[in-house]
Design a protein around this ligand. Structure first.
Ligand SMILES: CCCCCC/C=C/CC(=O)SCCNC(=O)CCNC(=O)[C@H](O)C(C)(C)COP(=O)(O)OP(=O)(O)OC[C@H]1O[C@@H](n2cnc3c(N)ncnc32)[C@H](O)[C@@H]1OP(=O)(O)O
Length: 243
């Protein structure tokens, strides 16, 4: 599955909806046993959640958006398919969450690429379920530092901390993802799927038990003047970077 939402594969409501529809089709088609998620935007896996869906929007829109973000996470995280991330570009925040929700992550060894939950750098807070997935992946202490400091790990650090499973030359990302897929598909589906569910369900359940409260919490938080100001400053910085 090649994500194509130029210029930066930001996860807009429209794009999230497209991804959800595609994933549902694949999940329901019993001829598919696995998917490799990668990007069609050069140098960018995904710039994460679309800031324009959270900036200057009314509460109803923010609620609809957040529900779609939750839905995508639950669908990828609990997918019965083998999900491999072929991360061929920078992958901050929501892009990192998407990567962390895969069963295995292969990152291209390019010093321009980085991956991490950088929310604090924007003046916002990673929700508890983003945090849970990071803690599950890299451990409590490493997650504590990474989250507070908004670390974006370059490839060698990403491998060292365990936020990705493998770092390979850029031209080998897709072939490596395919070899990894073959290895995972060698396991009987039912055994692998039940085991995945056993490991992941408690984390997903934490959100499933309080989805509405999580939406309300998001809407309250994102609507605050101070948070809207932080988003404005960050968006302006992105614009100014262009010169
Ligand atoms: C309890 C409450 C919890 C709230 C939790 C909310 C959680 C949020 C999680 C997130 O995912 S927030 C998003 C975090 N993402 C980022 O910080 C990445 C920002 N983008 C970049 O750093 C760069 O754009 C890039 C990805 C490194 C690419 O750089 P490049 O130089 O190639 O392109 P740009 O010129 O910077 O960008 C092109 C174009 O795209 C716009 N844009 C970039 N990122 C986003 C985004 N995430 N959302 C919306 N739009 C984005 C950028 O502004 C440019 O737009 P323009 O109109 O062409 O100027």
């Amino acid at each position: 599955m090649k994500m194509r939402n130029p210029p930066v594969n930001s996860l807009s409501l429209e794009f999230l909806t497209e991804l959800l529809i595609s994933l549902e089709k694949l999940e329901n088609d019993k001829t598919f046993r696995g998917i490799i998620i990668t990007s069609d935007c050069p140098g960018i896996f995904s710039a994460g959640l679309d800031l324009l869906e959270m900036y200057g929007r009314d509460p109803a829109h923010c609620a609809e958006y957040w529900k779609a973000v939750q839905e995508l996470w639950l669908r990828v995280y609990l997918s019965n398919l083998v999900v491999i991330g072929a991360i061929n570009g920078i992958s901050p925040a929501g892009g990192c969450l998407l990567s962390l929700s895969c069963d295995y992550r292969v990152l291209a060894n390019n010093p321009k690429y980085a991956i991490g939950l950088n929310e604090t750098l924007l003046g916002i807070i990673a929700p508890f379920w983003f945090k849970d997935v990071l803690v599950n992946t890299i451990g409590h202490r490493a997650a504590e530092r990474a989250l507070q400091l908004g670390f974006l790990f370059p490839p060698s650090d990403a491998l060292q901390v365990g936020i990705v499973d493998q770092v390979v030359p850029e031209d080998q990302v897709q072939s490596t993802a395919r070899s990894v897929m073959a290895q995972w598909l060698a396991i009987p589906d039912h055994a692998r799927q039940l085991t995945k569910n056993l490991v992941r369900k408690p984390t997903a359940d934490r959100l499933l038990q309080q989805r509405d409260a999580d939406i309300q919490n998001f809407v309250r938080f994102i609507s605050r003047d101070s948070i809207q100001k932080s988003l404005h400053v960050y968006l302006e910085k992105l614009k100014q970077k262009k010169g």
